[in-house]
Structure formats: C-alpha cells, structure tokens
Design a protein around this ligand. Structure first.
Ligand SMILES: NC(=O)c1ccc[n+]([C@@H]2O[C@H](COP(=O)([O-])OP(=O)(O)OC[C@H]3O[C@@H](n4cnc5c(N)ncnc54)[C@H](OP(=O)(O)O)[C@@H]3O)[C@@H](O)[C@H]2O)c1
Length: 264
C-alpha cells in the first residue's frame, strides 16, 4: 500500500498535516515517540476519513531509528510515496551553557535522521519514478540566530541539503520541497530546552501562525509543485529583505537586541 510518512506526527504541525492529508485521502504512516498519541490519532483519522493510518513509534534522536522504520515498512508492505521529514526540536540559551548531549541529540534528530530517511526511501521512489519528499526547515535557516545557535545551524543544514537534493532528484521526476515555517503556536517552545527566559525573549512579539495554517500552506505549496516555500507572507518578506543584509550584521543586531531584552 502507498503511504505518506510524516515524522513528528503526534502533535503540532505534524498532527495538523496528518489531519489535512487524511481529509485528502492519503493513507498515512505516522512516526513520533509517543505511541499512545499516535495510536489515538490513527484511530481517529481512520474513522473520520476512511483512510488507512499506521504508526511506528520511534525516537529519531537515536542513530538506528531511521533504519528500523524502513525495515518496519518492508515488513508491513508499506510503500512510502511521500516522505515528510517534519520532526524537529530546538534549544534556546547561551550555547556554552546548554546541555551538550541534548544539542548533539538535536543534530541527530534534525539532520542525521532526516538524511538517513531520505537515503533509505529515495531508491524505491526513483525505481518506480513515483514519489516526493518535503523537508521542514525554519525561518532560522535564513538567519544566523545567536542564543539558538545550534538549532538555527541545524536548519541551515536542512536548507542546503534539501536545495541540493531538489536538483539531484529532478532528472528522476522526484519532487523535493524545502518548506520553512516561522513561529507557529505548537509545543515547540514548551520543551525543556526551549522553555526558558531566552526562549521567551526569542519569540517575544513574533508573528505567529497556527499549526493548521502552516499545514494547509505546506500542502498547497506541494500541490502547486513548488520546491521552495517560506510559510506566512510576512515571513517570506523577511527572508527576501534579510538576504540584502550581511549575515554577520544580522547576527550582531539580533544578539544585542536579545541581550537588551534579557537585561530588562
Ligand atoms: N513551532 C515553531 O515555531 C516552528 C518554527 C519553525 C520551524 N519549526 C519546525 O517545524 C517542525 C515541527 O515542529 P512543531 O512546531 O510541530 O513542534 P512540536 O509541536 O514540538 O512537535 C514536534 C513533533 O516531533 C516529535 N518529536 C520530537 N522529538 C522526537 C524524536 N526524538 N523522535 C521522533 N519524533 C520526535 C514530537 O513527538 P514526540 O514527543 O511524541 O516524539 C512531535 O510530534 C520542526 O522541525 C520544527 O523545527 C517549528
């Protein structure tokens, strides 16, 4: 059976995507750590939309997780025709004071597992000349971001990797979309690594979309065959304007503004 695989589907943007895609009759394969949440969502989507919804609980901060998901798919005879690499976490604060292990696990989740999933599922897409990939980056992929240095760098990686992959996949007829949300009202900022004074200063007054708005915008971008999309008009404009300013200047201004906010 052909399925759309969504990582990070137990909440936030991933859950909203699962609901929107089920309404469009996609059969789904949902991945996240919270098995109970995934089970409930699968049941609800199957009942509401008459689709087949499967889940694989997995911790993508572990190097072996991507391979295990691929093997489960083979066992269950699920063919991934759309891979949405959405799972991701962030961290806020001074780099030197952040937990080193947590930062490294973030890189495994945001980058290495994303690369592994693309590498595992692409060959079959290429062989059947059918399929596509959406990689979720962030507004942070366009600006150096002091006080969320590792997160922003991880999203620069997603951006660079995906823009290159888009071109490599073109001759095979496989589409790849780089989708970059701005601040979105989800649990993203409520995790232990983000729920602190720096996190609050970083998001203070930011233009915010809902998870549903972001999910709909992603699906529309995909349906319009786009390969690059920044979510939210204001965010898209900030990326265009930001490109005119040297990165070092943006980093300096960003850092001094955040330090001022923190000293108030
Ligand atoms: N919200 C924002 O402001 C914002 C802005 C720009 C970009 N983004 C990006 O959008 C994507 C989705 O974020 P969101 O806002 O929807 O965040 P969220 O509400 O925190 O949801 C994150 C999802 O990822 C899953 N996840 C977290 N750690 C995982 C792990 N180790 N292994 C497997 N799954 C894991 C979570 O499920 P479990 O806890 O059950 O594992 C959850 O389903 C991320 O890539 C994020 O970087 C978000």
């Amino acid at each position: 059976m052909d399925v759309t695989l969504i990582t990070g589907a137990s909440g936030g943007i991933g859950e909203a995507l699962a609901t929107q895609l089920a309404a469009r009759k996609h059969n789904l394969l949902l991945v996240a750590r919270s098995a109970d949440k995934l089970d409930r969502l699968c049941t609800q989507l199957a009942e509401s939309y008459g689709v087949q919804a499967n889940c694989i609980p997995a911790d993508l901060s572990k190097p072996e997780a991507a391979g295990q998901i691929y093997e489960e798919c083979r066992k269950k005879k699920l063919t991934v025709t759309l891979l949405i690499n959405n799972a991701g976490i962030g961290s806020s604060g001074e780099f030197v004071k952040n937990d080193r292990q947590a930062e490294l696990e973030m890189l495994q989740l945001n980058n290495a597992s994303l690369v592994a999933l693309c590498h595992l599922f692409l060959p079959n897409m290429i062989a059947s000349r059918k399929g596509g990939i959406i990689n979720v980056a962030s507004l942070a992929a366009f600006f150096p971001s002091p006080y969320m240095a590792v997160y922003a760098a991880s999203k620069v990686f997603v951006r660079s990797f995906t823009e290159a992959l888009t071109q490599e996949c073109k001759p095979y007829g496989i589409r790849v979309l780089l989708f970059s949300p701005g601040f979105t009202s989800t649990n993203f900022m409520n995790t232990p690594a983000n729920d602190n004074a720096w996190g609050k200063a970083l998001t203070d007054g930011a233009y915010t979309q809902t998870a549903q708005q972001v999910a709909i915008e992603m699906i529309q971008a995909w349906e319009k065959n786009e390969t690059f999309h920044v979510s939210g008009r204001l965010n898209a404009w900030s990326v265009r304007l930001g490109a005119l300013i040297p990165n070092a200047t943006i980093a300096r201004l960003f850092a001094s503004r955040k330090r001022k906010q923190m000293s108030r």
